[in-house]
Write a protein that binds this ligand. Structure first.
Ligand SMILES: Cc1cc2nc3c(=O)[nH]c(=O)nc-3n(C[C@H](O)[C@H](O)[C@H](O)COP(=O)(O)O)c2cc1C
Length: 169
C-alpha cells in the first residue's frame, strides 16, 4: 500500500477481536520497528510480547487502578475530551487484544527516548500495512511493569501497544 495512505488511514483502536496474529506477521511488524533511525544507531529498545492471559489481566488491573486515580485529579477539559471520545476507564483492550507489545527503552543510551518513539511509530505503520490495529497506550504510571514482566535494570517501560484485528461491529 502507498505509504501516504497508510499514514492517513491509521487510527487508534480500543476494540479488538480475539483472533490471534500469526508469528510470521508479528515478527514482520516488530522487525519494522528496528528499521527506524536511532541515536548513534544504538537501537536502544526492546519489545516484550505479552500473550499470557494471566499477565494481561495483571497489567489491566494495574492500568485501571492508576488511570482511575489519574482521572479523578484531571482538569475538566481532559475529562470532557475523554467522554467525547468514549474513552473508558475500563481497559478491556488489554485483555481482548491477542498480544500486548510492551516497549522498553535502554535509558543510559544517547537519545534513547526519541529513538524508542521513532521505533514505535514504525511499528504503528507496519501494523496498518498488515491490516492490524493498535493503540498507543501510556497509562498514568507504568513502573508496575517492572515486577509483572521482570524488566531488567537499565530499561524503562515506555508504552503498551495492544495489537490485533479490529472487533467486527
Ligand atoms: C504519546 C501518546 C500517548 C497516548 N496515550 C494514550 C492513552 O494513554 N490512552 C488512550 O486511550 N490513547 C492514548 N493515545 C492515543 C491518542 O489518544 C490518539 O492517538 C489520538 O486521539 C489521535 O487518534 P488516532 O490515533 O486515531 O489518530 C496516545 C497517543 C500518543 C501519541
Amino acid at each position: 500500500m502507498d505509504i501516504y495512505k497508510i499514514m492517513k488511514n491509521r487510527r487508534s483502536t480500543r476494540s479488538f477481536s480475539a483472533t490471534a496474529i500469526s508469528d510470521k506477521i508479528l515478527q514482520r511488524v516488530l522487525s519494522a520497528g528496528t528499521y527506524a533511525p536511532s541515536g548513534a544507531n544504538q537501537k536502544p529498545y526492546a519489545y516484550v510480547m505479552v500473550k499470557d492471559p494471566v499477565l494481561k489481566e495483571q497489567i489491566r488491573t494495574q492500568c485501571e487502578r492508576v488511570d482511575q486515580a489519574h482521572y479523578q485529579k484531571s482538569p475538566e477539559w481532559f475529562k470532557d475530551w475523554m467522554d467525547s471520545k468514549h474513552i473508558s476507564l475500563t481497559k478491556s483492550f488489554l485483555t481482548d487484544a491477542p498480544c500486548l507489545v510492551v516497549i522498553i527503552g535502554e535509558s543510559n543510551k544517547p537519545y534513547w527516548l526519541e529513538s524508542t518513539w521513532l521505533s514505535i511509530a514504525y511499528i504503528l505503520l507496519a501494523a496498518e500495512q498488515e491490516s492490524l490495529v493498535t493503540l498507543t497506550y501510556t497509562p498514568a504510571e507504568i513502573d508496575f511493569l517492572y515486577d509483572i514482566l521482570s524488566i531488567p535494570a537499565g530499561f524503562k517501560p515506555v508504552v503498551i501497544l495492544p495489537i490485533g484485528y479490529p472487533k467486527k461491529p
